[in-house]
Design a protein around this ligand. Structure first.
Ligand code: CA
Length: 469
């Protein structure tokens, strides 16, 4: 979509055949640079109603995660106030801060501080900086400060150590898992979408707490895992599944077949996974993202928070002499792509999970049933490694040949273990043995996003449209 003026268009650019439908969205997140940029995308889209940001540890600790959201909203308010009356930018941020936003509420909930079971916590400060946001919290003169209450309200900026949370944000009195459940309970079934762009701890806790309510979710677009590409945190592991593989296992594997999902396709949660395989290909040149320089409050913020990831990404070039900006100076938009999926996948795609209980797709069969709107999917079997010392969080794909019969029996399992189990069964007079001790359980079957609209060409345009670059 082009505009005849320098003013950005009010509506997002669409790929051929793409349509938009109203979406009610919750983002479960560990902000994080690419999380923050993905919020700007979701908040820019007129058809998306962002109900809540449910925070988790991950890229950074929970305190920084909360502060990073507050800093962003401080910047967006300044962007609104600096934009001329009648401009597209004024209209866009008026939906948050203008008179028309008087009744708007976005819940901000604090959730898991570490992985399930209190296991060891890792963060991604190596990539996102000390505060998860290129250390903007430590810049001289604090250019992107935490919001302060308006004068005359009698409210100090800190109450019991908690920063001031300005409207339309509302600090939730319950944790992330309970906040997720409360929105799912208070909305019709299958109408809420979740973009899960951090470790899956909050979602696993919500599922474990109340599976029947959690099963009311319409669609879960998950950024996580690496199937056929190297990891980005450990040799085989993507950060989110590395940070809490136990939570990923709960949702991808252990939830399958639960009574609460008996009406769902394949008796599974409606998860669409966006692994590194596709998000790593969804790149935008840093130069383009930072082209706004310090022209506006928002462009100044974007340029500042990208500084650290850019430095780290550039350092991955094999040598200074081989540095090629077209290859090495690219921002990988992992989280923004998952949020774009949650915002743009068609309703019928999401409804496919809730209307065909007896059917399941054939593993590895490529399907493209999103009404020609450009999202392609493939069903993949894999298991999440939770115990490996080198492979924590690895999505273990079974690439062996099994033959037709073996496919049913042995997929994902150790052949040696199957024989041992059979011998134990015979020694036990043919009685079924307890398989709960089995080291290799049945892997999950998960729908994986393999293409975004216009073969990936659309995404950089809609992402940059939202960021104003
Ligand atoms: Ca994230």
């Amino acid at each position: 979509m082009t505009s005849s003026t320098s003013e950005p268009s009010r509506d997002p650019p669409l790929a051929p055949g793409q349509k938009v439908e109203p979406v009610k969205l919750i983002i479960d997140t560990d902000p994080g640079v690419d999380d923050i940029l993905s919020f700007i995308l979701a908040l820019s889209l007129p058809h998306v109603d962002l109900l809540a940001l449910t925070l988790t540890f991950g890229n950074t600790t929970l305190d920084y995660a909360r502060d990073n959201v507050l800093r962003l909203f401080g910047v967006l308010r300044k962007q609104y106030e600096a934009s001329p009356e009648g401009s597209a930018e004024r209209e866009r941020w008026g939906r948050l801060f203008g008179p028309e936003a008087r009744n708007r509420v976005i819940d901000l909930a604090l959730g898991a501080e570490g992985p399930l079971g209190g296991r060891q916590r890792f963060t991604a400060s190596y990539f996102h900086g000390r505060d998860g946001l290129s250390s903007v919290a430590f810049l001289k003169d604090d250019p992107f400060p935490l919001p302060v209450p308006p004068p005359m309200t009698g409210r100090s900026s800190e109450v019991e150590g908690t920063p001031y949370v300005p409207a339309p944000l509302r600090l939730s009195s319950s944790d992330s898992a309970s906040t997720l459940l409360s929105h799912l309970r208070n909305n019709p079934p299958n109408t809420i979408r979740i973009a899960a762009i951090g470790p899956l701890t909050n979602l696993a806790l919500a599922w474990q707490k109340d599976p029947h309510t959690f099963a009311r979710v319409g669609l879960i677009s998950v950024m996580g895992g690496a199937l056929d590409v190297p990891g980005n945190t450990a040799p085989c592991s993507e950060f989110n599944t590395y940070a809490d593989p136990w939570a990923a296992k709960v949702l991808f594997e252990e939830a399958v077949g639960h009574e609460a999902l008996k009406e769902k396709r394949g008796q599974r949660l409606p998860i669409e996974l966006l692994p590194l395989d596709i998000t790593g290909r969804s790149t935008v040149p840093y130069k383009r993202l930072m082209s706004g320089g310090d022209k506006t409050p928002l462009s100044r913020f974007i340029t500042s928070i990208l500084a650290h990831p850019r430095q780290v990404t550039n350092s991955y070039a094999p040598s200074a002499s081989s540095f090629d900006p077209a290859v090495h100076d690219l921002f990988q938009a992992h989280d923004p792509l998952a949020v774009a999926h949650a915002c743009f996948a068609s309703r019928s795609q999401a409804e496919g999970y809730h209307s065909a209980p007896s059917q399941d797709a054939v593993p590895n069969e490529r399907r493209s049933e999103d009404e020609g709107r450009g999202w392609c999917y493939q069903e993949r079997h894999f298991a999440v490694e939770t115990e490996g010392t080198l492979t924590r969080g690895m999505c273990v794909v079974d690439r062996r040949a099994h033959g037709e019969e073996g496919e049913k029996k042995a997929k994902g399992k150790s052949r040696a273990e199957i024989v041992a189990e059979e011998e134990a069964r015979q020694a036990n007079g043919g009685a079924k043995i307890d398989e709960s001790e089995s080291a290799t359980g049945t892997p999950g079957l998960v729908s994986v996003v393999t293409e975004s609209p216009a073969e990936g060409k659309w995404f950089p345009d809609v992402f940059c449209w939202s960021l104003g670059c």
